[in-house]
Ligand binder design. Sequence first.
Ligand code: AKB
Length: 316
Amino acid sequence: MTPKILIIGACGQIGSELTMSLRKTYGNTNVVAADIREGNEELMTSGPFEIVNAMDYDVVRNCVEKHNITDVYLLAAMLSATGEKFPMKAWDLNMSSLFHVLNLAKEGLIKKVFWPSSIAVFGPTTPRENTPQFTIMEPSTVYGITKQTGERWCEYYNNKYGVDVRSIRYPGLISWKTLPGGGTTDYAVDIYHKAIQENKYTCFLSENTALPMMYMDDAVRATMDIMDAPSEAIKIRSSYNLGGISFTPKMISEEVKKHFPEFEMSYSPDFRQEIADSWPKSIDDTSAQKDWNWNHEYDLKKMTNTMLENLKSESV
Ligand code: AKB
C-alpha cells in the first residue's frame, strides 16, 4: 500500500530535499509538505502544502486526519548553536513536537514515524574516534539533551506501545539547495558559498576540528532506506549512528583550493568551538550497515565537486 506521508519542517535543509525525493518515489499527491512558514516555489506547488505549527497538537492532528496520513517525518527542530541562545525554546519545540507525533502513533492515527537524532547526543566524555553505537552519552548542549531524551522516549514508545518509530543520528549535513540554520556544522556549507562569492572565508571553528559530516543525497537515501526497511530489521529503536565523512576545516579548504587556487581561509573560533569539541570526530555505523544495509557514497572530493558545480551554475 502506498503510504500517505506528512513531512513536518518540510521547508528546512533536510525537508526541502527529502520532500522532493519522497514525492518522486510515492507520487506528488501522497506527500504533504508542512512547515510553520512558506518554502520554495517547487516544494509548495508540486504537491500538497500546509502551514503547521509542530508545537500545536490540534493543528498536527487535524492535518494528519485531513490527509489520512500513515507516515510522519518530524524534521522541525532547533539546532545546536541557536539552542544555546534559546535553551527553553529549544527544549519546548524539540520535545513537544516529538510527543505530539509519538502520541498520534500510540493512538493508532499514524503507522510509522521518522524522527532525526544527531551526533549531538554525544558529549565530552564520549570516546571521540570511531564513536560506537552504544557508549557514554553525556551531551553538554541543550540540543544534545533534547536529542538524547528524545531517543529514550522513542525507544520507550516502541517497547511499551509498539510504536514503529525509526531514527538516525545525523552527522553535519552538507547541501546546496537550502541553507542550514543555527548548527555548529554549518561552516561546511558556508565555505562553498563564500568561495564562489568572495574567494575567502573566515571559519568559526579552528582548522583541525574534525567532525562527522554527510552530503545531503546520502542523508536522504539513508532516511528513505531506514523507513523502507521491514520493521523486524530495525533492531535499534533509539537511533542509529550514521558515519559519512570525517574532515576538518583545513581539509575542506584544501579541497576548495583545488577549484579556486586563490581561495583564502582564516579562522576565528567562537562559542561553537566548544560545542564541536564535545562531539565525536568520527562515527562507527556498522549497526546501520548490518541491520538495513547502509553505506555512504560521497567522499570529500565528490561532495566538493558536486557542491561547487551546482552553486556555480546557480550563481550565473
Ligand atoms: C548541528 O550542527 O547542530 C547539526 C547537527 C550535527 O545535528 N547540524
